[in-house]
Design a protein around this ligand. Sequence first.
Ligand code: AMP
Ligand code: MG
Length: 418
Amino acid sequence: MTESTYPMLAVADALAIVLRETIALPASHIPLGSARGRVLAEDVTAPDPLPPFPASVKDGYAVVAADGPGIYLVIGEVTAGRMADFAVAPGSVAYITTGAPLPRGADAVVMVEETESLPAAGGRTIVRINSAVRPGDDVRPVGFDVAAGQQVLAAGTRLGAAEIGLLATVGAATVSVHPAPRVAILSTGDELVEVGTPLNAGQIRDSNRPTLAAAVEAAGGIVVDLGIAGDTQPAIEAALARGLAEADVLLTSGGVSMGNLDLIKPLLDRLGQVHFGRLRMKPGKPCTFATVEAGGRKRLLFGLPGNPVSSLVTFYLLGVPALRKLAGRPEPSLTRVQVCLSEPLRLDAYRPEYHRATVRWEPSLHDGRGGLLAVSTGMQASSRLLSMRSANALLELPQGDGVLEVGATATALLIDEI
Ligand code: AMP
Ligand code: MG
């Protein structure tokens, strides 16, 4: 029997190797408007306080708290964006709107609902204040939301809506972030034709490249399309050379099994260092990982299996964490959750299996307390891309004998939103 010379690695060990070989891409400054989804490469602190002045929390009247309820002369008004050109002396009040700077002399705000406008007397505006307030009531002091010098974001933070808002608040018009990784994708195989091209005898359409391109984009990468290479060494090598010139990561699919025309492993071995060439997993056993020095930087090459499910599953398990780490995320692993099985699942006696499933919140689980239910996508052949359809999770089924029963718990790695 012909045996692969590559030792069979556990997926966890393979992932540790991939992450060890992966370092975050060098950061650069970009405009805040294009920073969503990027990861900060620097700590960000506030240069000035927010609010920068004592600000009213309500629409109402700026008062001297010690005055108490009663009838007062309104000496002026101050609205948001303007500074009062007067001071509030005891015995008088000023109309004020939310966000406006508290006038000098005032130390609290009475909201408008606790007041009553009285008929003007001799051109003078009069108001009845109905409730007592303490100094500071309904006033945001300087620095209440953000203190001057306070760190608002730490390096390693992924920028979502709130983080973009914080950066705008502290005046960060440009930010230092790790760029999105560029990922080159190559399909290999003499049998493959581009979608849209009529099939000749013996041919099939290339589905791995569009699949992986979509998965790369979903993972925040930028796709470099290397097309299809036939099963010849010069064709594959030329495509890889282009990929090395243009991308941080190369994904090939096909050509890593044990056949005569499985050229990828020897080629990667010649170009750089192959770190593993076989995984103890189902599907995806022949998955290969290598690093190549090019242009003074280490590039990551994943020789993914040709079977459509195998290539996508191995990309999720190893490629997505690598892309996340390149993009600067300190916790690049897929999210793991515990799920309940909705049907019995047979274990594989030889390899741990990544069973494709749709995980959703099920209110009736756990005596009505609710929980995550995993519904299998059905027949799990590694050629059957339908077994990935609507899958948002990979159930980590241990190697073993027998069956996991309905209601049994399993861990699941999330590959999409629940
Ligand atoms: P290989 O790893 O090259 O031996 O391919 C394993 C299986 O996956 C074969 O049945 C191939 O025809 C199929 N396959 C390889 N590449 C692709 C692809 N890009 N799209 C669809 N099927 C593929
Ligand atoms: Mg092939």
